[in-house]
Design a protein around this ligand. Structure first.
Ligand SMILES: [Zn+2]
Length: 561
């Protein structure tokens, strides 16, 4: 086998220009991928030349034209060889030739996963070959056109579109902009004549740009290609994920497609793995409540539940608590979907429903790993609830989230999932409710004028959130360059926290309703999300309008103007 690198070999043969090689290497550090594929994308080398050189470098023959299989032969073999998408993802096909010999053709016939799979399927020797992308693509699920001749299929056409430089630039530009704007999601929506790009920033969707509908297929294919989806499948929803690098940052890209009237609607979620985790104080907890929260999870066993809708910052709070618990003396294991953050020293498991690794199954396996602290992404089914409570009863600290509107509703939620009240009463160490409120932009906010402040102060007094000793520092949004004119920049948490003390334990055991539990908790200083929000608006961190939007209790009439 040739030991020189592919780039050197191609250059030695005069098949590529130095300039092209260095652009391909740059592209490789930016977006990853194999050098050969990148050179093809740049149009720097002919595919036949590349295959010939690769063949010598890898010591694997190129599939000769006369050995090409029929579609039926491939279909017959792959039908029994696992999911078609697996083969498509490995960019490989396999079949039994006319004399019964086993063939495998691939863009990377040395790939260990491919070799392992075939070794599992058969003991026979396999004739490995290199093949062109057009040839492999012809066998992708959903591809139809003239397979034997390697003619361009729909998938191949889309793939070509996705590899055009302006398309690559457009998509890379989107990622960079999303990072720059701290967007959590990017939405691409096709309509009859144009497509629209919107980004979710601090929880709000913002229009970013639009383009002609004619350009959409290429952009869509590019994103599907990057996230490892089947490019040829355009009629069914798909999910994909991939680690990518944007502007020197490692990002976890998750994409879902939804076929709509004018094309596939795409939503991209960008999870920055290297961004910094906020402290409890930055998250909006004063020292006293932060201390209580930490004390809850430091108990040797039990359950702590954090509730709130999607995007309310529950996971960030839990991650922060886990980093606090990580002291080298505790074994901490999580099962999550998705893993939003890399926590050093914590064993994090990605739940995968499609292969049976559900929260419940993951939890069962984790319990065999002798953990001290377990984080379960969400308790949403009776089985997970049962195992989580069992784990708490047998000496583990279990931290999880539930989808309820208030902290104390978490109790009823677990009972709905079949947990007995007396067991729950034994293990609940605390319940926490959380929302995220937008923070007034520090660069442009201004104090409310005295008349306005007086109105706010009266409203806050009516809600019982005024302490006599200190005047309110009410403020208003203005809007500047840095906050894109919105007046808000960044978010912080609103919290309601009920300790799992003797009073709460008694309430749960006696089957008290949420109102009765709240009355009991209030005697020990409980304040709800709305009251926490109003207190923070009073400190000038945000506005009453923002608090009413995200945390107004249903029965509170809000007249803040
Ligand atoms: Zn501003």
């Amino acid at each position: 086998m040739e030991t020189r690198r592919l780039g050197e070999l191609l250059r030695a043969e005069g098949l590529i220009a130095d300039r092209d090689l260095s652009s391909a290497l740059t592209l490789q550090t930016e977006i990853g991928g194999r050098l050969g594929g990148l050179l093809l994308r740049l149009g720097a080398v002919a595919e036949a030349d590349l295959l010939a050189v690769l063949s010598r470098q890898l010591d694997v023959p190129v599939l000769p034209a006369e050995a090409r299989p029929t579609a039926q032969a491939v279909e017959a073999f792959l039908a029994d060889a696992g999911p078609r998408i697996w083969w498509a993802d490995r960019e490989a096909v396999a079949w039994r030739g006319a004399e019964g010999r086993l063939f495998c053709a691939a863009l990377d016939p040395l790939a260990p996963l491919l070799r392992e799979r075939l070794a599992q399927l058969t003991d026979e020797p396999v004739a490995y070959h290199l093949a062109s992308r057009a040839f492999i693509d012809g066998f992708r699920p959903g591809a139809t056109a003239g397979l034997e001749h390697g003619a361009t299929s729909d998938a191949a056409r889309l793939r070509e579109l996705a590899l055009e430089a302006p398309v690559i630039d457009f998509v890379n530009g989107l990622f960079a902009e999303a990072l720059n704007r701290r967007a959590s999601d990017v939405h691409l929506e096709p309509f009859e004549r144009r497509f629209v790009v919107r980004m979710r920033i601090d929880g709000q969707l913002v229009d970013m740009r639009a383009g002609p509908r004619a350009d959409f297929d290429a952009v869509c294919s590019r994103i599907k290609l990057l996230s490892g989806m089947d490019i040829g499948e355009r009629r069914l929803p798909q999910d994909g994920r991939q680690s990518i690098r944007v502007a020197g940052q490692e990002l976890d890209l998750r994409v879902s497609t939804l076929p709509s009237a004018w094309g596939e609607s795409l939503v991209l979620r960008l999870l920055g793995k290297s961004s910094r985790l906020q402290t409890l104080a930055e998250l909006g907890l004063d020292a006293d409540r932060a201390h209580r929260l930490v004390a809850m999870v430091e108990k040797p066993n039990g359950v702590v539940l954090v509730s709130g809708p999607t995007g309310s910052g529950k996971t960030t709070t839990i991650y922060r608590l886990l980093t606090h618990l990580h002291n080298g003396a505790r074994k901490i294991v999580t099962i999550e979907d998705p893993i939003e953050f890399d926590l050093p020293g914590v064993v994090q498991v990605q739940a995968r429903g499609d292969i049976g690794l559900t929260f419940a199954a993951g939890l069962r396996s984790i319990l065999r790993q002798d953990p001290d602290v377990i984080m379960v992404g969400e308790i949403r089914d009776p089985e997970t609830a049962r195992i989580a409570i069992q784990a708490a009863l047998t000496g583990h600290m279990v931290i999880s989230t539930v989808h309820t509107n208030s902290a104390l509703a978490a109790v009823a939620r677990l009972k709905d999932l079949g947990v007995e009240g007396f067991l729950l009463a034994d293990v609940v160490r605390g319940v926490v409710g959380q929302r995220l409120a937008r923070r007034l932009c520090v660069h442009c906010t201004r104090p409310s004028d005295p008349a306005q402040a007086a109105v706010h102060e009266r409203a806050a007094a009516e809600w019982g959130v005024v302490t006599a000793d200190e005047p309110g520092r009410w403020a208003e949004p203005v809007g500047c360059e840095r906050c894109a004119g919105t007046g808000y920049l960044g978010r912080f948490g609103l919290y309601e926290i009920a300790d799992g003390d003797a009073a709460l334990e008694r309430c749960i055991r006696d089957g008290a309703d949420e109102a009765a539990m709240e009355r009991a908790a209030r005697r020990r200083g409980f304040i709800n999300l709305f009251e926490d929000g109003v207190a923070k608006a009073r400190l000038g961190l945000t506005t009453l309008a923002e608090i009413s939007r995200i945390a107004a209790p249903a029965e509170t009439p809000l007249e803040t103007a």
